[in-house]
Design a protein around this ligand. Structure first.
Ligand SMILES: *Cc1c(COP(=O)(O)O)cnc(C)c1O
Length: 364
């Protein structure tokens, strides 16, 4: 079976992890601060706060910019549940805004409609889904006009660009995940980026029991720290990220070319000014056919996945909170129609060809 994801672990990762093991400094250590700085530099941000995972990173970012119980926070319903849960962790209320059906990302026109209707929106968590940045020109303009805090959920978009600027460099803060299947990984892990020195200082307290100095605790904090072991893997992975992204883009190009005339599926849309890093290569297929298409792939040894089969507000947890079906029509339609094919950098050329052959043989 050709899997949809496959983490790459090489000699460099092993050597740095061994170095940490030999040093016996397993928790906070030099690799953590080194990783924070290199990842922030890579994205064009001033500060990086290494975190336990992507979810704690979003949570930390919201707390850093003062999101508190009762606040309204806008987000998309077409994402991993962690995005909206992080808003709930703060005691705030998620307000869901529909997606643009072409990009799968939050629709700036609908975002403005919501900002006009809802007074005092405190923040928005936008998601650069599948490796494609949101329309950042439009969103940054709205941020200035309506004065809300902007958090980028860039958990799927390491290295993605909008007009030559990297994902994670547009908002008040950005959150990344280094979960095992992301474009780069540390097993579990995450980071918050910001350019705001005060927020950075507060964020470092939030992830470390609210500590200030050696043994003074001035705010309610958590233990959201990343380990030195994980950071060592992260440093090795970051060195290779660009070459892996190039492979993902090359694989996606081959698919786009091979599938462009197929009537039963729609290939991913790539806006001209964006660098799509293809965390997922996601096609659309009619909801009636998706299951048989995926079964055909599986029968021929090609793995595939659905990200995500259910919009967040239709999850039982959110239904209990009072959210109703039908809120975001495009997101609900996308949830019925998307399917992702393997696009990761460890695919062999022969496997890419095989996947193309298998996809094309559907309906023949
Ligand atoms: C992976 C992911 C998260 C959560 O990251 P974890 O490291 O698994 O906690 C949040 N949002 C999106 C869009 C993700 O893909």
């Amino acid at each position: 079976m050709i899997n949809v994801a496959c983490p790459i672990i090489g000699e460099r990762e092993r050597r740095l992890v061994n170095d940490v093991l030999n040093s016996r400094i397993l928790a906070s250590g030099k690799y953590v601060s080194q990783f924070e700085q290199s990842f922030a530099d890579y994205c064009g941000a001033k500060f990086g706060i290494a975190n336990a995972n992507g979810t704690t990173s979003i949570h930390t970012a919201l707390l850093m910019f003062g999101v508190k119980p009762g606040d309204k926070v806008i987000t998309t319903p077409f994402t991993f549940i962690a995005t909206a849960n992080s808003i709930l962790f703060c005691g705030a209320k998620p307000i869901f805004v529909d997606i643009d059906p072409k990009t799968f990302n939050i629709d700036p026109i609908k975002l403005e409609e919501t900002l006009k209707k809802e007074k005092n929106v405190k923040a928005a968590v936008i998601v650069h889904l599948y490796g494609l940045t949101c329309n950042m020109d439009a969103i940054v303009k709205l941020k200035k006009k309506y004065k809300f805090k902007l958090v980028e959920d860039a958990c799927q978009s390491h290295g993605a660009e909008f007009k030559n600027k990297k994902a994670g460099s547009f908002g008040n803060a950005a959150a990344f995940s280094f979960y095992a299947t992301k474009n780069m990984m540390t097993g579990e892990g995450g980071i918050v980026l910001t350019n705001d020195a005060k927020a950075d200082k507060y964020g470092r307290q939030i992830i470390n029991h609210g500590r200030e100095g050696r043994s003074t605790h001035t705010v309610l904090g958590y233990n959201f720290r990343l380990t030195n072991l994980a950071a060592a893997i992260g440093i090795a992975q970051l060195e290779q990220l660009e070459s892996w992204i190039e492979k993902r883009i090359a694989n996606a190009k081959k698919y786009n070319e091979a599938f462009k005339d197929l009537e039963f599926l729609q290939t991913p849309y790539i806006p001209e000014n964006c660098r799509h890093v293809f965390h997922q290569y996601t096609v659309r297929i009619s909801s009636k056919e998706r299951e048989s298409f995926m079964k055909h792939l599986a029968d021929k040894g090609v793995g595939s996945g659905v990200y995500y089969p259910c919009v967040i507000y239709k999850q039982p947890l959110y239904k209990k909170l009072g959210y109703k079906s039908g809120l975001c029509k495009e997101a609900e339609k996308a949830a019925m129609e998307v399917a992702s094919l393997p696009v990761h950098p460890s695919l062999l050329a022969a496997e890419v060809d095989e996947i193309i052959k298998v996809v094309k043989s559907y309906k023949k």
